[in-house]
Write a protein that binds this ligand. Sequence first.
Ligand code: HEM
Length: 483
Amino acid sequence: MDAMWVLGLVLGLLPLLIWVLRSFNEWRFCHSHLRSNNGGKLPPGHMGWPLIGELLEFLWYFKFIDKPDEFIWKRNAKYGDTGIYRTYLFGFPSVITCSPEANRFVMGTGTEDGSFTAGWPAPKLLGEKSVIMVEGLHHKRLRRALMDAINRPRSLQHVFISLQPAFKEAFENWSAKGTINTGDEIRALGFSNICSLLLSFQRGPLLESMEMMYRGLLAGLRAQPINIPGTAFHYALKCRKKLSIILESEIRNRKVNKENVKIDFLQDLMDSVDANGDKLSEEEVLDNITSILLGGYESTACSMTWALYYLCKYPEVLSKLKKENYTIRQEMGEDNILKFDDVKKMTYTSKVIDEVIRLANVAHFMFRTVAKDTNFNGYKFPKGWKVIVWLRSIHVDPHYFKDPLKFNPDRWEGFVPSPGVYNVFGTGPRVCPGNNLVKMELFMLLHYICLDYKWELVNPNEAIKFLPNPRLADGAKLKFSRI
Ligand code: HEM
């Protein structure tokens, strides 16, 4: 009898308990905004459970059922196609934006006028002087230096000249191995490429240990910032410290021994002067070299791996790619080296690259912090909340891309997406400074690989995983050989 009574009580109270738990975050974060309606209404949505918010739902779509875009589509169906939703995710009350207009507003006007500031939570890992962390005039000054170093034509020409031997050597190694884990091989290649461009460091034990440290740093950026031994964040701080020692010693070495001056991005950053004739401080150079390495490491590897995957899946695209690149090779000099100017002729290859980057969706979303109460389309972004700018769902939305999951480079023929629709590299003052660099690397990869090698997926139906980046579950295992 007693047991029945207790069971009845528990069952009776359960809905009440669930209601209390489901209301907790709503009350804690939204109560005052919902009541006042001052500066617009809160976006529709729900703040989920105490402490974790909607994290379980996020993991459900991204990790367990591998359908990440349903996370947004579900909100769309439930709350209406507002393109703006409230949530509690990754430890913060947040506004998700996922329409072209709202994303452009946050990354463009809203970032320019200071309504939204940088949103990455870990200044200790990136460094307080990193371009990713600083704001306003500081940001403009660093960006100018960075763009000069990695994005102007002279730098991109240097990329072409210096990286081609590395690509050729890597492909030869892969074909000697026969079967490769493409994700790992390309990550190592991408890391040594970026280290060679930035620091003139060549392959070897130092680079291998630096790569491990960068992996640790990346893992820490994605983890909860809890600094106790055993956590990913604690390990990442240690990695950052060791990396700083290596980079500082390189910077000092170059300052002291003038004969150590090299042609690379580090030297460009060290030599760059702002409008007042001031050089960057040592800390600024250090933090920004670390950030460029971080920005360029996984993202480039990810897009190169997906390029090989899609070309396996779409042989008709591969044939067209070969045709264009074959014509270019026939017009080359005896050295068979791709020239920077050849890129202008690679119109189909360029479409393949745009399509790879669209579908690979390397960056699922970006973050901002709301610096002051802001209103967009009648919805309020409360000060102190985060904004999660959801890039990926638009890139696979049939409203904007016909048959969106099809890898179809021809869709880019004469097609100029409306503003905000194709924002793989972001937009506005923080648009990716490495956008042309990654494209140059893809031009080189595609040119040599499609003409000289053949490859096939070992597991053609392998599952796709989405965290932390989109990737194949087996690491993209390929059989790889010379033609
Ligand atoms: C396919 C490859 C890449 C993708 C999809 C990508 C994507 C992005 C996006 C969306 C942003 C905007 C962030 C924001 O608005 O807060 C960004 C910023 C950035 N990216 Fe990339 N990126 C790629 C490659 C690279 C490379 C190769 C580098 C460096 C060599 C790089 C370095 C950076 C840096 C330093 C920023 C911060 C800029 C700032 O805050 O002003 N990225 N990237």
